[in-house]
Design a protein around this ligand. Structure first.
Ligand SMILES: O=C(O)CCC(=O)C(=O)O
Length: 268
C-alpha cells in the first residue's frame, strides 16, 4: 500500500507553484517537532544562539521569528536535513536539494501578517529556491494562514519600492488560502506569490519554513546568514523606525517593539 508521501504530485507543483502533501509526518514525529520548536522559542527568549526577531503585540513584545538553528537541535536537524522533506524536494528540483536557510514564524496572538511578495526578492546568491512550510499549529484563515496564487512561471512580478508586489498586480492574482494542519507539508516555489494576515486567534500559529536550492548551484547558507547579519548590523532592526525588520525584504506587517532591536543572539 502506498503512503501519502509516495503519491505527491510533481506535475501539480510544476503547474501551480505549490503542493500540499497531507499527512506526510507521523503523529509521533509531529509531537517531537512541536516540542523542539517550543525548546527553540524558550532558548530564543533566553538569548540563546541563532537569529531571533521580536514584534510588538497588544500583549507586549512577542517573538516573531527564529532563524539559523538547524545545528542546535537534533529533532529539527533531522527534519530539515534528511527524511521526507528532502526526499520530496529532490523530486521537485529533479536533483538533490541543499539547505539555503531555515526559520520559524511564531505568529503569536495578534502577530502581524506579511504583505504580498515573492521570496525570490529576498533570497540572494541563487536565483531559484523551493520552500517547505511545516505547520506546527493549525493554519487557518483566523490564525493567519498563507494565501498563495498561481503565476510563479512568470518570474518576478512588479514590486513597489519596499519589494512588495504592487497593488495592481496583487489585484490580478487568484488568491486562495493554503489551509494546513500539523503533519501536512506545503511546498512552494520562490516565485509563488503569497501573503498572510494577522493571527486573530488566542493561540500561536507557528510554522517552520525550510528553504532549499538545487545542489548543482552550490551551498550558500553560510553566505546568506553572514550577509543577513551584516545588513542587520549596518541598518539596525527596523525600516525607517516605524516598520519592523525581520527579513531582507520589507514585507512583514508587524509592529516594532519600542526601544528594542529585533535581533538578539549571535553565532559569530
Ligand atoms: O508565516 C506567514 O504567515 C507568512 C510567512 C512569509 O510569507 C514569509 O516569511 O516570507
Amino acid at each position: 500500500m502506498s503512503s501519502p508521501v509516495d503519491v505527491y504530485d510533481v506535475d501539480a507543483f510544476r503547474r501551480d507553484g505549490w503542493l500540499i502533501v497531507r499527512g506526510a509526518l507521523e503523529t509521533e514525529h509531529v509531537e517531537a517537532v512541536d516540542a523542539a520548536v517550543t525548546r527553540l522559542e524558550q532558548s530564543a527568549i533566553g538569548g540563546g544562539p541563532g537569529l531571533h526577531h521580536f514584534e510588538q503585540t497588544d500583549a507586549g513584545a512577542a517573538l516573531a521569528r527564529s532563524e539559523d538553528f538547524v545545528y542546535d537541535d537534533a529533532v529539527l536537524g533531522d527534519l530539515i536535513l534528511g527524511g521526507i522533506v528532502v526526499k520530496i524536494l529532490g523530486a521537485l528540483f529533479g536533483e538533490p536539494a541543499v539547505l539555503f536557510k531555515e526559520k520559524v514564524n511564531y505568529k503569536q496572538p495578534g502577530g502581524g501578517g506579511f504583505a504580498p511578495h515573492q521570496d525570490a526578492t529576498a533570497y540572494r546568491f541563487v536565483d531559484h529556491h523551493i520552500s517547505c512550510m511545516v505547520p506546527i499549529d493549525p493554519s487557518t484563515v483566523a490564525s493567519g494562514c498563507l494565501y498563495v496564487a498561481p503565476g510563479y512561471e512568470a518570474g518576478q512580478l512588479p514590486t513597489d519600492n519596499r519589494g512588495r508586489i504592487t497593488v495592481e498586480a496583487t489585484a490580478q492574482l487568484a488568491w486562495r488560502p493554503a489551509l494546513v494542519d500539523p503533519g501536512d507539508l506545503l511546498f512552494f516555489d520562490s516565485y509563488t506569490p503569497h501573503y498572510s494576515d494577522t493571527n486573530t486567534t488566542g493561540r500561536s500559529r507557528r510554522a517552520a519554513y525550510l528553504t532549499y536550492n538545487a545542489a548543482s548551484v552550490g551551498d550558500h547558507r553560510d553566505s546568506y546568514y553572514a550577509d543577513k547579519r551584516a545588513e542587520f548590523a549596518a541598518k539596525g532592526g527596523d525600516f525607517e523606525g516605524d516598520r519592523v525588520r525581520i527579513s531582507i525584504s520589507d514585507d512583514f506587517l508587524g509592529k516594532p517593539v519600542p526601544g528594542k532591536r529585533q535581533s538578539v543572539g549571535s553565532r559569530e
